[in-house]
Design a protein around this ligand. Structure first.
Ligand code: URA
Length: 244
């Protein structure tokens, strides 16, 4: 009998853990989605940003500054709301992204979708980009010269979108944008400043674990840490925090 109760408890705990970042969040209260974009921008401002991002995407597609431009199937410039308050930055395209030309559409992307949904955010309201715009073969780590060649594209995207907060997904994004070699475990959990250059305003940056890392290390503790990071971002933007 006692054994059965323990089994039920175990199954319940397992289900609860599985639902965290899947579909187990009950969203209490009305979420004000309007707040996820900068409402001071006019339609023509947004159209201009769209055009600038499109021009940049054309340049990225033609780019052959490094061999990745020739080995990839599709460039993955980035996607989302040109007026987003929140910009996610990952490492670089994987096989699925390379095949479709869109960021975060593979397994890690599905988890990112769940993180967004759990945070009360809609994909169409945020912008999602990467440090590298072309897939490194076999999903190896980006090389320093590849980052050096590709980074100006992301810097221009950040300048055009002008987000209030950047969420750096994983060590490569966080270290590159913060120009540090510190481990992601030390960087995450607090806001940092991303400096775009002299005379340009700094942007708040929250590093967190990459969804691919989370998939490989799917512990309750790691998911809690990502949720804490997301909550800090929502709080900072005065967005409602879903209860779960
Ligand atoms: N991982 C990344 O870092 N970026 C993607 O676009 C997909 C997976």
């Amino acid at each position: 009998m006692g054994k059965n109760i323990d089994t039920d408890k175990f199954i319940n705990q397992h289900l609860k853990m599985n639902n965290f970042f899947t579909d187990g969040f009950i969203v209490k209260g009305k979420l004000d989605m309007q707040n996820q974009t900068d409402t001071n921008q006019t339609d023509s401002d947004i159209a201009a940003k769209n055009e600038q991002l499109r021009e940049l995407a054309d340049q990225i597609e033609k780019c052959r500054k490094c061999p990745l431009g020739s080995s990839r199937t599709n460039a993955v410039p980035g996607e989302g709301n040109p007026n987003a308050q929140i910009m996610f930055v990952g490492e670089g395209p994987g096989a699925d992204e390379d095949a479709q030309g869109k960021p975060f559409v593979g397994r890690a992307g599905k988890l990112l979708d769940k993180i967004l949904a759990a945070s009360g955010l809609k994909k169409k309201d945020v912008y999602i980009g990467n440090i590298l715009k072309c897939r490194p073969p076999e999903n190896r780590d980006p090389k320093p010269d590849e980052i050096t060649n590709c980074l100006p594209y992301l810097q221009q995207q950040i300048e055009i979108i002008n987000p209030e907060i950047i969420i750096a997904l994983g060590a490569h994004a966080a270290r590159t944008l913060l120009d540090t070699t510190k481990p992601i475990g030390q960087l995450r959990g607090q806001f940092h400043q991303y400096y775009a250059g002299l005379g340009k305003p700094a942007v708040k940056l929250m590093p967190t674990y990459h969804p691919a890392y989370l998939l490989r290390n799917y512990s309750k503790d790691n998911r809690r840490k990502v949720w804490e990071d997301m909550k800090s971002v929502l709080e900072e933007l005065n967005l409602p925090i879903p209860k779960h």
